[in-house]
Design a protein around this ligand. Structure first.
Ligand code: SF4
Length: 500
């Protein structure tokens, strides 16, 4: 370990989250889980957001891209200060603190204001800690800091033509909140230095902080001792209660005693696990099946939602459907028909998607989705943007049925679901088939891969085609899974499967 380590804002934030995490940053970073594609995509979006933020300050100077040679960057920052122009990533060191402000903006004749750019749509507590370290560092080096701001994404912005950096962001003055934290910075840094210098990491219990403010990259290591059926796997039990039991040594839900208050569903989960049997409420299943009217339309969307809207009439992070899979079953005995759509090109996929849906969803029959609020919302938003479909959408919405309902209600529960009602958990236990072996096996990856091969650079045509094939396979499996689940529910309700 470095004898005189710097604590940058990333490390300071890590130290605010957990001292054990901080220790690993300096002493055993190799133990961190690899950054997954979803996190990488967030980093990439953050970088793009940063680029748009800089456009608000056209006279701004990029101090240096070379993060490794920090002494050089510090030197260059000192020299550029005299220019009295906005500086991007100006770096300063004071004692053990090292900070690079996204934007250091001149205020009046001598002072400066710190502007931190974030991809979030609001100020979060962790941003205040971040800014307090920056303020402390700059002030320590002799800069006069007047105010500090968070420049975050304005979620009311609607793209019309070219992105307008003036409207894409909201500038919030957080000076007074950051000032409250300033007196704590030095003490926190001193404690952090001691943690970093220790031979062994501090003993810290797992808890809510493992996901707050960020998902900790050491979870695999820290959660490793938990048995498979631990309190975190209990349906809607996550949170303080689960961690408090775990840290009191109650790590196995099979060892819960009567003093622990559980909901009816949680009791079913434990009972099913204990007996290794499914729980079936045939009346409940029948009541769900009674809602289904043929023809059945099994529908699933995949979506993208970017911080910088890709199309006109779209807000930041608005989820835009780019793909659907539709399995149609005209009657209980008829063959399945499949229709898939995956947007080609870089234009807004919604006009074509809506046109095809209108063509194929017919005038009557249930539209079966899994977690219907998602599909309902995407349709509503798409039809708001394309008003010609509003009346059609009103009728479509009334036909949507949620296949998640019987599982959320625990009309069927299998201990192998491990407290989850998601389609990925339900499909294998009901049909013996699952998503294993799929190149794309979750919505997040589908979204990232579509963005990458559609809008990214350096993707070959061969790779693009391959990824599109994977996307088609994945989305089709989602609707086929729903078909199979409904088939199984029908068999259970008919008493053809002995589950009791
Ligand atoms: S998983 Fe939790 S306890 Fe472990 S290092 Fe991360 S935040 Fe700390």
């Amino acid at each position: 370990m470095n004898k005189s380590p710097f604590i940058s804002k990333t490390k300071y934030i890590a130290g605010i989250q957990c001292h054990k995490l901080l220790w690993h940053y300096y002493n055993a970073k190799e133990e961190f889980q690899e950054v997954d594609a979803g996190t990488q995509s967030l980093f990439d979006q953050g970088h793009l957001v940063g680029e748009y933020a800089k456009k608000r300050y056209p006279t701004g100077i990029e101090v240096s891209e070379d993060i490794i040679a920090f002494e050089k960057v510090i030197e260059q920052s000192k020299q550029l200060i005299s220019k009295r122009l906005p500086l991007f990533e100006a770096a300063f060191r004071y004692k053990n603190a090292y900070a690079r402000a996204d934007i250091l903006n001149p205020a009046g004749r001598k002072a400066w204001e710190i502007i931190e750019v974030k991809s979030s749509t609001q100020v979060k507590d962790i941003h205040l800690y971040d800014l307090s370290l920056q303020w402390y560092t700059y002030k320590g080096t002799g800069l006069e800091i007047k105010r500090c701001y968070l420049l975050h994404i304005n979620n009311e912005y609607v793209r019309k033509g070219e992105i307008d950096p003036g409207k894409l962001f909201a500038l919030e003055d957080i000076t007074s909140d950051v000032k409250i934290l300033l007196p704590e910075v030095e003490g926190r840094l001193e404690k952090m230095i001691k943690v970093i210098a220790a031979k062994k990491y501090p003993k810290i219990e797992i808890g809510l902080h493992c996901n707050d403010p960020y998902e900790c990259p050491l979870q695999e290591k820290c959660f490793d001792y938990l048995p498979r059926h631990n309190p975190l796997t209990l349906y809607y039990f996550k949170g303080e209660k689960a961690f408090s039991l775990i840290n009191d040594g109650v790590t196995d839900i099979l060892k819960f005693d009567d003093s622990i208050t559980l909901s009816a569903k949680q009791k079913i989960q434990i009972q099913s696990l204990r007996s290794k049997r499914e729980y079936v409420n045939k009346e409940g299943i029948q009541s769900f099946l009674n809602k289904l009217a043929y023809p059945l339309y099994y529908l699933d969307f995949e979506t993208i939602g970017t911080a910088i809207p890709l199309f006109d009439h779209v807000k930041p992070y608005q989820q835009i459907p780019f793909q659907f899979s539709l399995h149609i079953q005209a009657s209980p005995k008829s063959k399945l028909e499949h229709i898939g759509y995956l947007a080609e090109g870089k234009d807004d996929p919604r006009p074509e998607l809506l046109k095809l849906l209108k063509k194929h969803l017919g005038m009557k029959g249930s539209i079966v989705t899994y977690n219907a609020s998602f599909e309902k919302d995407k349709l509503n938003k798409a039809c708001e943007a394309f008003p010609a479909y509003r009346e059609w959408n009103r009728k479509i919405q009334a036909r949507i049925v949620d296949l998640l309902d019987p599982f959320k209600a625990f009309y069927y529960y299998n201990y192998k679901q491990e407290g989850s009602a998601s389609i990925k958990s339900v499909l294998p236990v009901l049909t013996g088939k699952g998503y294993d072996g799929m190149e794309i096996a979750d919505g997040g990856t589908a979204s990232n891969e579509y963005l990458r091969v559609t809008y990214g650079e350096g993707v070959t045509e061969k790779e693009r085609k391959t990824v599109r094939k994977y996307l088609e396979e994945y989305c089709e499996l989602d609707t086929m899974a729903m078909v199979k689940i409904v088939e199984k529910l029908i068999k259970i309700s008919n008493g053809k499967v002995d589950y009791s």
